[in-house]
Write a protein that binds this ligand. Structure first.
Ligand code: GLN
Length: 443
């Protein structure tokens, strides 16, 4: 039977695309106002907050950033063993809706309860929806990487819109209205998912209770599967360092943009917060051209394994920090009070080119390599590792307060460069460990 497609991809991809777009809208919308809400004065006549210090607020933000992704491990395990991915995504979405609306209630128990629900909800939803994208494609289907890039563009459309809508209404009108809007975003996502489920037949179901599943769970891992696990764990190291570098955006780079970059362009001062949407905006613009570039690259017969792209991503990330070193160097010369803004645009641009070489690629890679019985668990572990990267980013940002920005920028540039080069040197060996998991069978 001929599969029904949109843009050459299964229709189910677009159900997952819009579900995840709204989930990310909800996630990034809430994230955009969380610290601002925590630190706003309790005495503010128009929009009072909780009156926390910046340090307290950033500490909570750091822990939230870690836990919200770390719970992916449990979300993955729950899907593999009890619920299957499809039901886990639905349940996660319900938790998120209740979590956002709990934040909208002015009460501290509701606030902490809301955060707890969000942490559980994202842990259930995020890894499992990503695994489901992979399940839309058969083994060896050449469209899988492109499918993940499309999915990734959806994520970032949500991330561009959220700070503009939730951020605006939350900050300028009422924090609680902002959290409610984030909740409504997730309701849209749930509706798309529920009404689109007919396009997800056979995707994300639990095999358990079937003889096939019982047999599968009892089987020890084969040598090939073990090798693939090894190469996945090596890639997780690159991923952790990558996100520790990337997530400087919300912390250190944000403060750097505010205090040390001349943001005036043609007489207009670009607000610091604008740079927080820049990553996502660049992803939406560059996602398709980058995917096209890699397809052409592969057609030319050049090295294009996922692990190679991840190494390249790490090196490009390093260049992004070299750009920031350029800004810090110019400032250290003493002639300028603030560094030119082009360094920041260039740095963010390079971060996103790096992100597109690594992040959707890593998602796709895991769905190709993970043994079936650990499919969701491995995806959950990937997100847990990104959570550790987020936390490490916070620690590095704090260290910069004593060591100075130049030292941290240089340190990150060197680490990502060395890691990327090591990958390129050992790419053949690493690829051998995948035992042909990336070979394209259908084109
Ligand atoms: N920005 C991407 C998203 O929100 C990646 C996040 C991550 O992997 N930690 O999905």
């Amino acid at each position: 039977m001929q599969e029904k497609t949109i843009l050459g991809h299964p229709k189910g991809l677009f159900v997952l695309f819009f579900t995840e777009l709204w989930e990310r809208f909800s996630y990034y919308g809430m994230r955009a106002i969380l610290v601002l809400y925590l630190t706003a004065e309790t005495t503010d006549a128009i929009n009072p907050g909780l009156g926390w210090t910046s340090k307290e607020a950033l500490a909570l933000y750091g822990w939230y950033g870690l836990l919200v992704y770390f719970t992916g491990i449990f979300g993955g395990a729950i899907a593999d063993n009890w619920l299957g991915q499809k039901k886990s995504v639905l349940l996660g979405g319900i938790f998120i809706v209740f979590g956002q609306f709990a934040l909208a209630v002015e009460n501290m128990t509701a606030f902490y309860g809301g955060l707890f629900l969000l942490i559980c909800g994202v842990g259930l939803l995020k890894p499992n929806i990503s695994t489901m994208v992979g399940s839309l494609y058969k083994k060896g289907d050449a469209r899988r990487d492109a499918g993940f890039t499309i999915f990734y563009i959806g994520i970032n459309i949500g991330a561009v819109l959220a700070p503009l809508i939730v951020g605006y209404y939350g900050e300028k009108v009422d924090w609680h209205l902002g959290f409610s809007l984030a909740g409504f975003g997730m309701i849209f996502g749930q509706l798309v998912y529920i009404f689109g489920r007919k396009y997800l037949t056979g995707v994300g179901d639990l095999l358990k209770h079937s003889d096939e599943h019982a047999h599968l769970m009892k089987q020890p891992l084969t040598k090939t599967e073990k090798d693939r696990m090894v190469v996945m764990f090596i890639s997780f190291l690159i991923v952790m360092v990558f996100w520790a570098a990337y997530e400087q955006a919300g912390g250190l780079m944000n403060l750097y943009a505010r205090d040390k970059i001349n943001r005036v362009v043609m007489g207009y001062e670009i607000p610091t917060s604008f740079f927080q949407s820049l990553h996502a905006l660049y992803v939406v613009i560059l996602g398709a051209p980058m995917a096209y570039f890699w397809v052409r690259w592969r057609k030319k017969g050049k090295e294009s394994s996922s692990i190679f792209k991840m190494g390249v991503g790490s090196i490009i990330m390093s260049l992004g920090f070299v750009a920031l070193m350029g800004a810090a160097y110019q400032l250290s010369e003493g002639a300028l009070e603030k560094a030119p803004v082009y360094w920041l645009f260039l740095s963010y641009f390079l971060h996103v080119v790096a992100e597109l070489s690594l992040s959707p690629v890593a998602l796709s890679f895991i769905t190709k390599l993970a043994p079936l019985k650990y499919a969701s668990l491995m995806m959950g572990t990937y997100f847990a590792v990104t959570g550790l990267g987020n936390k490490l980013a916070g620690i590095l940002g704090e260290a910069a307060q004593d060591a100075g920005e130049m030292a941290i920028f240089t340190g990150i540039a060197v680490c990502t460069l060395v890691l990327g080069l090591l990958v390129l040197v050992f790419v053949k060996k690493l690829k051998a460990l995948t035992h042909g998991a990336e070979d394209v069978l259908v084109s």
